[in-house]
Every structure is written in C-alpha cells, then in structure tokens.
Design a protein around this ligand. Structure first.
Ligand code: ARG
Length: 261
C-alpha cells in the first residue's frame, strides 16, 4: 500500500513539475495568465511611436502592439525607455517584446529573434534650409562634419563606422538632435526616413535630402527562442499588412499636426 501511494505521489509530483516547466517556457501561456503583455519601446520616433496629445505613446507600432494584445485577449502595457536600453531590458525580463521601428541587423540577431519584416526604411540626411553645411546625402559629403544621431541606432552605427572623420554627437532622440541642428550646433542629422520627414515637417528651419544612405527593414523582436510569441506577432503582422500604408500615413499626419515638443 505504502509503495503504491509513494508511486502515485511521485507521478503527481512529476506531472506538477512538468506542468510548471512547460508553462514557464511557453511565453504566451504566461502572458495570458498575467493578463498583460509588455511592449518595450522608445516613443521618440514618429510615426512609429511618439507621445500623442494625451502624452501617451501612440503610433504605428503601438497600434500593432494593441492588436497583438487583443489577439491574446490581454491588456497592453507600454514601457517607454531609452532606445539603447531596449535589448538589455527585453533580455532582462522587463518586457515581452520590442517594437520600435527596430531594424533587423546581424549583430542584433545574436541577442534577439526578429519577426517577419513589416516596413522598409532608409537612412536620410537632415540639414538646415539656409546654408546647409552638408551639400548632399552621401558618405563623402558627411566626412569631417558634426553629425547628430540617436544613440545606438543604425544611423549612429552607419555614421560611426562608414563616415571618415565625422564627429558623432549622440542624443536620446533624433527629435532632440533635430532641435540642435536647427540651433546651429550640428552640420546634419542622420535618421530613418519617416522620422526624418516628420521632424522636418514640424520644424521650418530644416529640410531632408531625397537621396538615401542605406536601406533597412523593421521587425519586432522577442527573446531568443520565444517562438510561441513570435507566431502570434507574425500572424497579426500578416493580417495588418494591407492596411500598413494607411496606418503609417494616419500617424504621420497626426504627429506632423502636433507642434514639436
Ligand atoms: N531603425 C533604427 C534602428 O533600429 C532606429 C530606430 C529608433 N527607434 C526608436 N523608437 N527610437 O536602429
């Protein structure tokens, strides 16, 4: 009798341990249980994420994230933080995914997994309208100049790695860099296409060259190996694909209508 009881107990214990394990490895089950999914972003990147009228994060990525939360039947919590802290925060368990106009790069692939791409972007060059100190959007024209970028972005990496003799000034946001450029403290700002156009649209002194420096793709990021959540994200991205242009335009207009902070 004792033996049988012991066996039953062992089986029950094992089952409990297993259940515990599998619910830990399945991020989606955990999110559903918590009733909340946490998005990590940097809301200084219109139209993908910016602070809306009510000072709450708004934008293309926020709307996609809301759809992901809806798909899971949970509440969306947005954590607005420094861009260069996003990957450490994700891997440190501070959130479930990153959506931040986040470019797929080989380097980042070493520490996170990316979803399907949902947007194509380019790096562009912002200058002042009056007496621009950089003559065109090219590596040669940027050489030796003082260039503003957002810390840790692909624009930062590009100017730092590719442009000869540039003084790279890093900012917490490209919007701030744009203000310094307008105030004569920089020769140019290098930033992604739509943020560049948004910044210029809300600052009379600035313009952006049509030529581009590089082309890249945006995707959302999850912790390495988090395939359960990645599947949900890819499903939602697939469903939203046809509406992406309109969604992007809507937020571009919404931001440009708001005076620069
Ligand atoms: N696409 C660039 C990158 O991934 C810039 C992204 C900046 N995003 C933001 N939300 N501030 O490095």
């Amino acid at each position: 009798m004792k033996k049988v009881l012991g066996l039953v107990l062992a089986v029950v214990l094992c089952a409990a341990v297993f259940a515990g394990c599998s619910s830990q490895t399945n991020s989606v089950e955990k999110i559903k249980k918590a009733g909340e999914i946490v998005l990590l972003t940097n809301a200084q990147f219109p139209p993908y994420e910016y602070l809306g009228d009510d000072n709450n994060p708004a934008g293309v990525d926020i709307e996609i994230a809301q759809k992901i939360a809806d798909e899971l039947g949970v509440k969306l919590t947005v954590v607005d933080m420094d861009f260069d802290g996003l990957i450490p925060a994700l891997n440190g368990g501070k959130g479930d995914f990153v959506a931040a106009g986040f470019t797929i790069t080989e380097e980042r692939k070493k520490s996170v997994d990316f979803s399907d791409p949902y947007a194509t972007s380019t790096q562009m060059v912002i200058v002042t309208k009056e007496g621009p100190k950089v003559a065109e959007a090219s590596v040669d024209a940027l050489a030796g100049k003082t260039v503003g970028v957002q810390l840790g972005t692909t624009g930062d990496l590009f100017v730092t790695d590719e442009v000869e003799g540039a003084t790279v000034k890093t900012y917490k946001s490209a919007i701030e860099a744009g203000m310094d450029l307008a105030n004569g403290r920089l020769d140019a700002v290098v930033v992604d296409q739509l943020p560049a156009q948004s910044i210029v649209a809300s600052n009379d002194k600035l313009m952006v060259y049509d030529e581009v420096l590089t082309t890249e793709q945006y995707a959302m990021a999850v912790k390495k190996g988090d395939t359960a959540l990645l599947e949900v994200i890819n499903k939602v991205l697939g469903e939203m694909k046809d509406g992406m242009t309109d969604l992007t335009q809507k937020h571009f207009d919404a931001y440009s209508g708001t005076p620069a902070a």
